[in-house]
Write a protein that binds this ligand. Structure first.
Ligand SMILES: Cc1ncc(COP(=O)(O)O)c(C=O)c1O
Length: 278
């Protein structure tokens, strides 16, 4: 039997847990994280939990348990519902209360749900690379919060799927921000560029890791915004996320990037990432 973590209890997966007046369900009023599991071991769990607590604090949601307590509970969940190559999903909503936009009484406690799931690494795509489209970034101005409100991201991802593409690369006016569910990197003359960690992007855990790998490999990495025009003229492009790792981009709209195959620096970074997770 599979289990989920529901607040501080491990309950069978099919136990009804979500109330119709849960604010996460009604307003998207909550925050979440996705933690990768490789060979049974959670990857960068601490970094994800730090970001979860930060996201919660930014929406004025205080959690009634410490990060260490939550980590212990997630380990218990993983023991009871093991996963080999997959993920742990965690979401915390502001709780259950009669529907009203303003915050509920302080006696209302947040509702936590976490579960594990097998998820294969997209190995074939790591090698072939993916096609993308450009799309105006119409999301709100706090994209640094990993909020349950993902409608802008959902619509952007679907716009890409509608054109048989893998991801939308978003831009605010001339400047590229990030993907619908990924951070965007481009390489020009041997230097790696990505948008700075501001309110306009989610500061990806993989993003931070890639910047560190660049430093370790002696590759110059700049956290500087770049334009759509610069993106289209890039030597190499890749996108990053917990589930996509370092994913080469071989096309943006009708523009083929590099020679239509993953670039050499991208492959070098993929290899360094592979070493890190093994
Ligand atoms: C909008 C957005 N940007 C960036 C990322 C990448 O973040 P991470 O590397 O922490 O998974 C995600 C991940 O889901 C995302 O949803």
């Amino acid at each position: 039997m599979r289990y989920i973590l529901f607040n501080d209890q491990l309950v069978p997966r099919d136990t009804p847990t979500i109330d119709i007046e849960d604010r996460g369900y009604q307003f998207g009023d909550g925050v979440y994280e996705v933690i990768r599991v490789y060979q049974g071991k959670p990857f960068m769990m601490h970094e994800h939990l730090v970001r979860l607590y930060r996201s919660a604090a930014e929406i004025r949601l205080s959690l009634p348990y410490s990060m260490e307590e939550l980590q212990t509970k997630l380990e218990e969940l993983k023991q009871k519902s093991p996963v080999e190559d997959g993920m742990i999903y965690i979401q915390i909503s502001r709780g259950v209360a009669p529907r009203n936009h303003g915050f509920p009484a302080s006696t209302v406690s947040p509702q936590l749900v976490a579960y594990t799931r097998e998820m294969k690494r997209p190995q074939a795509l790591f090698q072939s690379g993916v096609k993308t489209i450009l799309l105006e970034d119409i999301r709100w101005l706090r994209c640094d919060i990993k909020s349950l409100n993902l409608l802008g991201n959902v619509l952007a991802k679907q716009a890409a799927a509608d054109q048989n593409c893998y991801e939308s690369i978003l831009h605010r006016g001339e400047l590229v921000t990030e993907g619908s569910a990924t951070n965007v990197f481009m390489i020009h003359k041997g230097t790696v560029y990505t948008h700075p960690a501001s309110n306009l992007i989610l500061n990806g855990i993989t993003r931070t890791q890639v910047i560190q790998l660049c430093q370790e490999k002696g590759i110059e990495a700049k956290e500087e915004a770049f334009t759509v025009e610069q993106l289209l003229a890039a030597d190499e492009i890749f996108i990053t996320s917990t589930t996509n790792e370092i994913m080469p981009v071989i096309q943006v709209n009708d523009n083929v990037i590099g020679q239509g195959k993953p670039g050499l620096l991208t492959i070098q970074l993929q290899e360094a990432f592979e070493q890190m997770i093994n």
